[in-house]
Design a protein around this ligand. Structure first.
Ligand SMILES: [Fe+2]
Length: 286
């Protein structure tokens, strides 16, 4: 069993770093940390970065978690090997590229690449947003799965993951007291289904909704309120068709973990939005 503390970053390929930079900074309000010939690092909080665009195939999409213990790397690698999970060690050059002291990677059953980070770098500077979108940090990802039951079992078997709620067969899972760091959504492909940034409050969601509309950005869901986490949200489309989400309050559910019971919601639009917004997102439809 591998103990994870939190989701840490997403890395996604793009053929067009200029467009990615404009969108990530001027639209989403993330802070550009560094741009090289083939990398764009973006901050949203205390960490060195929580999003990295790299020059490459847009279907290459990676998520990373950090360990609960800074000493866990070697034992986790040995565990994954013993469990015959496809995995490998990152070398020094790859670790430098990720701004971590060390990492291992593994492939989940759908083929998603997950990186596990040892001592990822913090920033010595305050997060200074390119636009005041109210971003407080990286929240979670929706991850595509070709078999949610199988992939849920994989996460529950090998990691300290717990199910917070289900929508149909889709588990919303956590490794810490926040409602979810990852949700699995059925798809015919692997990869990231959406990337969430947390914002300070309701006003930030609505302010961004009008801002995005004004800029002609495609809104794909919301504004609305999730039945599961209670978060108020808006989803919109970024470069290469990636869906981004702002939401507030992936509510901190686990004041009493012993009595918390994961709830089963039906696969119905009302489970995604209690206000009645209808998603224009394939994986959220019945
Ligand atoms: Fe979300």
């Amino acid at each position: 069993m591998i103990e994870l503390r939190d989701i840490h970053y997403a890395r996604i390929g793009t053929r067009d770093l200029d467009t990615a930079e404009h969108f990530a900074t001027q639209v989403m309000g993330l802070e550009k940390v560094e741009r090289t010939a083939d990398r764009l690092y973006l901050r949203s909080d205390h960490r060195h970065h929580t999003l990295c665009y790299f020059l490459g195939d847009p279907s290459e999409q990676i998520i990373a978690f950090n360990f609960t213990s800074w000493q866990a790397l070697d034992a986790a690698y040995e565990y994954l090997q013993a469990q015959s999970v496809p995995c490998g060690r990152g070398n020094a050059e790859e670790a430098a590229d990720r701004h971590v002291q060390g990492f291992i990677w593994l492939l989940g059953p759908t083929g998603n690449r997950i990186e596990l980070l040892a001592r990822p770098h913090d920033s010595a500077r305050r997060y200074f947003p390119a636009r005041d979108a109210g971003v407080t940090g990286f929240g979670h990802v929706g991850l595509c799965t070709t078999d949610p039951v199988r992939d849920q079992a994989f996460w529950l078997q090998h990691f300290n993951a717990m199910v917070s709620d289900w929508i149909g067969p889709c588990p919303l899972m956590r490794v810490n007291p926040w409602h979810h760091q990852m949700a699995l959504f059925p798809s015919t492909r692997k990869g990231i289904q959406h990337i969430n940034y947390q914002v300070q409050d309701f006003d930030d969601v609505m302010r961004s909704y009008y801002f995005l509309k004004d800029k002609g950005i495609k809104i794909v869901f919301g504004p609305g309120r999730h039945a599961t986490s209670g978060g108020i949200f808006v989803y919109f489309e970024g470069p290469d068709g990636m869906v981004y989400e702002y939401s507030n309050s992936d509510r901190k559910i686990i004041e009493d973990p012993a009595s918390y019971r994961p709830r089963q919601f039906p696969m119905h639009p009302s489970s995604f939005c209690v206000w009645g917004a209808k998603p224009d997102i394939a994986e959220f439809k019945e």
